[in-house]
Design a protein around this ligand. Structure first.
Ligand code: ADP
Ligand code: NG1
Length: 484
């Protein structure tokens, strides 16, 4: 039976007897002179396809991975947070919970928020949900093994683990979709306008299947992946902290502006200031293919100045800032609207095709690339993996050229994989981080071995054993849990 009923609460299991959890429990006891009250675990994720479209309202197709944030939690009566981390690079912090009714995000000299801010975001979200004066404080000992700032959602796992731990310390009951939405809102306090994919999969993931995540209302439908496919994650060795730059928010803003201009151009009158690219499609009653044509027609220029955008929208620069920007994007003066719009609509189309092909896997049908780049499903030879892989390669090209969120190391990994006849794409926000590759099962060992030798050892000059941490096969894992 499927574990994952959307209205279910997060699963509470008894504490498993494994080395990692025992060690974390011991560290907790040594530090705080008492045993943890419970543990919480939230996984990272890899997004198979559907990048930078969640915040435009389009479905995405991620799966949870084995790597996670595990926290040992002690419940206390004072309104305090005692925060420790198993990794000594993350400093210990003791904070008065009352002091962050508004979080003042403190960052290092590179603009990277200190780690504890992510925990504070989760707790702030939980406090807002609880909306009461009396609550317990917590002692939190964190042990994470998701490569940070690498597109595998380490930050969301941390925010979500903190939120879940704090809520459970109050005995608060939330179902999985409610807590996923709460955590998505909470993480925005860090400064990035995320779309909610990471928190959704963190709570709604199931073992053995990826999830097709849709929005408003949030929902997840299991998608069985091809049995003869392996999914491989490979780290480019370039890290990119999303909250340290305005790259991510700039894309969110450009998509909002593109949507508003398209809406006006096709005569959609709405009171709403912000309209997403998917709302434009829906209200305009158009297909995704038609939206691509409309982007080319109504957003023909490669670059729009702020003045031009203001003129089209008939608003002042100040109004544009108030309605569409964030503190770190209000000084922007130029926007790429055509490229972002094209990526979003075409990527949404790729997600639909990918899902459709996966759904047809159990039938006797096979798929091929039809004319105009559309996927045709018909009976014949089985080249399903090649077609799915081509969608992933096309996604990467689009992220690189239209969305401009790749990194030279990611492109090297993708190109190297292509030479080994494996399709891949950057996963997560990009600008560094990981690729996800679709590798036929029978080629898996060879593919990983070759990446180890060619990319990690030869190109990056790192030890072959160390490379194991950076390149690994992964399969759909289960979502957040509490161990008590
Ligand atoms: P990601 O793509 O992994 O979500 P982000 O740039 O959004 O990347 O967030 C990465 C940040 O999350 C790190 O710089 C760090 O502050 C925090 N983080 C991730 N993992 C841990 C961990 N195990 N312990 C403490 N902080 C962590
Ligand atoms: P990463 O950087 O991989 O955690 C971010 C966003 C997602 C989504 C992807 C791009 C957050 C917390 N996550 O993921 O919502 O937009 O980029 O598809 O902002």
């Amino acid at each position: 039976m499927s574990e994952n009923t959307r209205n279910d609460e997060v699963l509470i299991l008894s504490i498993p007897n494994n080395e990692r959890i025992n060690k974390l429990g011991e560290r907790f006891s040594l530090e705080f002179q008492c045993k943890p009250s419970f543990f919480a675990r939230v996984p990272g994720r890899v997004n198979i396809i559907g990048e930078h479209i969640d915040y435009c309202g389009y479905p995405v197709l991620p799966m949870a991975i084995e790597q996670d944030i595990l926290v040992a939690v002690g419940v206390i009566t004072e309104h305090k947070l005692y925060l420790r981390n198993a990794n000594s690079k993350y400093d210990k912090v003791d904070i008065d919970i009352k002091s962050f009714e508004t979080i003042d995000i403190k960052a290092d000299s590179n603009g990277k928020p200190f780690w504890y801010n992510y925990v504070l975001c989760g707790i702030k979200g939980a406090l807002e949900h609880l909306n009461k004066q009396q609550y317990n404080g917590i002692r939190l000992y964190v042990d994470g093994n998701i490569p940070p700032a690498s597109g595998l959602s380490s930050s969301s796992a941390l925010v979500s683990a903190a939120c879940l731990a704090f809520l459970h310390a109050q005995d608060a009951k939330l179902n999985k979709t409610e807590i996923a939405s709460l955590c998505a809102r909470s993480e925005r306090y860090i400064g990035t306008q995320g779309g909610g994919m990471d928190q959704a999969i963190a709570f709604l993931a199931e073992k053995y299947s990826a999830q097709y995540i849709t929005w408003q209302p949030l929902n997840a439908t299991p998608v069985a992946l091809p049995e003869d496919a392996s999914f491989v994650v490979a780290h480019s060795l370039a890290e990119a902290n999303k909250a340290a730059t305005n790259d991510y928010n700039r894309r969110v803003m450009e998509c909002r502006l593109a949507a508003k201009i398209l809406a006006i151009s096709i005569g959609i009158t709405t009171e709403e200031t912000i309209i997403t690219l998917s709302q434009v499609q829906k209200l305009g009653n158009k297909s995704l293919e038609e939206m691509v044509t409309l982007v080319n027609k109504y957003l023909p220029k490669d670059l729009y100045t702020k003045d031009e955008v203001c003129k089209i929208l008939m608003i002042t620069g100040e109004e544009l800032n108030d309605r569409y920007s964030t503190p770190n994007t209000k000084y922007l003066t130029e926007f790429k609207l055509k490229q972002r719009g094209l990526h979003v609509y075409e990527e949404a189309l790729r997600v639909e095709n990918f899902r459709k092909i996966c759904l047809q896997l159990n039938t006797n049908l096979s798929v091929s690339n039809g004319t105009n780049g559309h996927t045709e499903v018909k009976e014949g030879n089985d080249n399903t993996l090649e077609i799915l892989g081509s969608l992933m390669s096309a996604s990467h090209e689009s992220l690189k050229n239209l969305f401009e969120c790749s990194h030279k190391n990611l492109d090297i990994l993708v190109d190297m994989s292509r030479e080994l006849n494996v399709h891949s794409r950057l996963t997560g926000a990009g600008w560094g981080g990981c690729i996800v590759a679709l590798c036929p099962k029978d080629k898996l060992t060879d593919y990983i071995e070759k990446l180890r030798a060619e990319y990690y050892v030869k190109h990056c000059n790192i030890d072959k054993n160390e490379a194991n941490y950076y390149v690994f096969a992964t399969s759909p894992n289960y979502g957040a849990r509490i161990y008590q």
